[in-house]
Design a protein around this ligand. Structure first.
Ligand SMILES: *Cc1c(COP(=O)(O)O)cnc(C)c1O
Length: 368
């Protein structure tokens, strides 16, 4: 076991020794054994979202944003229009992707502590019939807020529009059933709640929409239609695959199923989140979001008011005790974030808060 610090961050996150050890083998990219690994991975991922009947799983090299950009570029036709729902930095990124790709878009922004409502989406779609696609962040990782996916999906479907969901930080830990929640694309990645290492994303693309998407993409490497067509024909990735990342994710999924699948993962993260919130509250910390809209993924805390508090010093001292925290991502208020996801349990979360308490003492921070 290494004595590397525990990552309490929303990806990369702490992985198990088994998952890391799975990267000690080299794989040939066109070898049958590796292709079986990829096929097995896609099968299992589709199983988690119950999407075998309706969706294809298209993996893509790169970080999560690569897969989001590829999904928008492939599935939104060049004359389409995207309504982007924003309540944080990842929503802003969706709008920026549309802008860079030259897709027409409009934005609807709520405060960072307010979920987007289905009623608002209903009004927006009524007001602008030119919208073809709605883009939503499920868990907005910049605060940890959960948006009401099922209700919004229902409204989008009722209007006959396409829904593109960035479920990067929720997939695998919060239930999403493709047979009940209609969506055209849902995007996630290897290095978040599945507890793999970073390096590949994947898009669950609705079969008809993907089949109709030929020629939409502005990009060769980011064309999911082409990636899928090639993979269906050959079993191989179109360009060099992230072989070690695929092997690690395959091993991480084995542990996911051993743990008890989504229900068990969701429960452990929920317990982590409760342990964190309770222990931090006992020190006097206030969380940024109301409990009802807090996803059990990452928690934003208000920074101490004490003038002796400085995030950088605080961060370095907590790191020296074995825990990596995450800076805040809000412009208006000073905050920091603590992730509840990864290979960590409630005891680990309480130990991290113990470290925080010791550091506050070292820094003479008394006013939280
Ligand atoms: C992590 C994350 C992404 C992807 O970020 P990358 O840095 O590209 O991996 C996108 N959306 C959300 C909501 C995320 O949490």
């Amino acid at each position: 076991m290494s004595n590397a610090p525990l990552l309490l961050t929303p990806g990369p996150l702490t992985t198990s020794a088994r998952t890391r050890n799975a990267m000690l083998t080299d794989w040939g990219s066109w070898d049958r054994d590796f292709n079986q690994l990829t096929a097995s991975l896609c099968e299992q991922l589709l199983g988690i979202v119950n999407g075998h009947a309706s969706h294809q799983c298209v993996p893509l090299q790169g970080s999560g944003t690569f897969a989001v950009e590829a999904a928008i570029g492939t599935l939104v036709p060049r004359d389409g229009k995207v309504l982007v729902l924003i309540n944080g930095a990842y929503g802003q990124r969706l709008a920026k992707i549309c802008k860079v790709l030259g897709r027409d878009f409009s934005t609807f922004q709520t405060a960072e502590d307010q979920p987007t409502t289905a009623a608002a989406v209903d009004d927006l779609l009524r007001a602008d019939p030119r919208v073809t696609h709605v883009a939503l962040i499920h868990c907005e990782t910049s605060t940890g807020i959960l948006n009401p996916l099922a209700e919004i999906a229902e409204v989008v479907a009722r209007h006959g529009k396409h829904l593109i969901i960035d479920a990067m930080s929720s997939f695998g830990a919060l239930p999403i059933d493709a047979a009940k929640v209609p969506f055209t694309a849902l995007i996630a990645a290897s290095g978040k709640c599945l507890e793999g290492v970073p390096g590949m994303g994947f898009v669950f693309a609705e079969k008809h929409a993907l089949a109709a998407a030929e020629g939409n993409s502005h990009s060769l490497a980011m064309d999911l239609h082409d990636q899928h067509a090639y993979m269906s024909k050959t079993g191989q990735w179109r360009f060099t695959p992230p072989t070690h990342v695929v092997a690690a994710l395959h091993e991480a999924l084995r542990q996911y199923h051993e743990e008890g699948g989504l229900a068990a993962r969701q429960q452990r993260y929920a317990e982590n989140c409760v342990a964190l919130l309770e222990a931090m509250a006992a020190l006097g910390f206030r969380s940024f979001l109301d409990a009802g809209i807090q996803a059990p993924i990452i928690v934003t805390f208000h920074a101490p008011r004490d003038s002796r508090y400085q995030f950088k010093d605080f961060y370095e001292r907590v790191k020296a005790k074995g825990y990596i925290l995450y800076p805040g991502k809000l412009t208006e208020v000073e905050t920091f974030r603590v992730g509840c996801i990864g290979c960590v349990d409630p005891d680990g979360m309480r130990a991290a808060v113990d470290a925080v308490a010791q550091v506050l003492g070292e820094m003479n921070v008394t006013e939280i």
